[in-house]
Design a protein around this ligand. Sequence first.
Ligand code: GTP
Ligand code: MG
Length: 312
Amino acid sequence: MFLDEIEITVIGGTGGPGKISFFPMKGGPSGGNGGAGGSVYVVADAQMNSLNRYAGKHEFKAAHGEAGGKNRQEGARAADFELALPPGTTIIDLETGSETEVQGPDDRILVARGGRGGLGNESFKSATFQTPQKSEPPKTGQVRKLRIVMKLIADYGLIGLPNGGKSSLLNELTAANVKTANYPFTTLEPALGVLGKKIIADIPGLIEGASGGKGLGIKFLKHIEKTGLLIHCISIESDNIIRDYETVMNELREYNPKVAEKEQIILLTKIDLASNEEIEKKLKQLKKLNPQTYAVSIHDLDAIERLKKLLS
Ligand SMILES: Nc1nc2c(ncn2[C@@H]2O[C@H](COP(=O)(O)OP(=O)(O)OP(=O)(O)O)[C@@H](O)[C@H]2O)c(=O)[nH]1
Ligand SMILES: [Mg+2]
């Protein structure tokens, strides 16, 4: 399971009620005000890279404020509730459509304000009203319905047709251990790996018509919106590498032209399966599309080392 979008309700805590009480001897009002309800804040947690921990959860509530006490004692203010989200997550208000993004570790975004506490009867005392029997009811907290959309933050995104060798490369370049197999759609959800200081995202394979929902569709492409460089993997096994390239580029364009315009390098993969002649011919074809084309094989450790250097 890989959860990257959820719809939730956030609810600020209700304030505590005001107290009605009187001083035993003097008889004057002594009821304190209720404490404020807690607010719901969104904070960034850089350790998170999915919303899986919120599976099945729909409501996030802050606690209620405490009631006011005797002797003008103010009720305690409730603790705020902090909802942790991966940096780069967009928060969309489902009623107004307004959007905000949680970015760095210092962000703390208010999403549902807690209600004020009610006033105790002490607050209603006046020259003409010495024994008020009333207190103010507390205010309820704000309620908002939000859509939360997470976008992975990676330096590089591995893209290409299914079976192109993307996950195998991720495993070679990083300590990731993603399942690889000789059939399409082995990878069903994005995976991350770390190479030095860089994060590489392996995006499930795209096929022609993905933008129309074919295969796994293009729902995972939001996870390369924020990557700096795309690594486009094309297997040497293909009998038409130009068509393979264009198929993927078309789906990127359909999704978002800006993603298609991102800087790319092309990797001609699995070259141990072909003759030198075939490698040269296919490299030449691809270099016409993008001079930044490299030939690799997971069985050629030198090539992998060169690639690591290039990406570091
Ligand atoms: N001979 C050889 N086989 C490779 C190489 N790279 C990957 N493979 C094989 O090709 C098959 C597909 O590799 P994957 O890494 O699963 O491909 P993928 O692009 O992640 O595929 P999807 O997850 O389906 O999109 C697996 O059987 C790998 O073992 C390579 O450099 N040489
Ligand atoms: Mg894969």
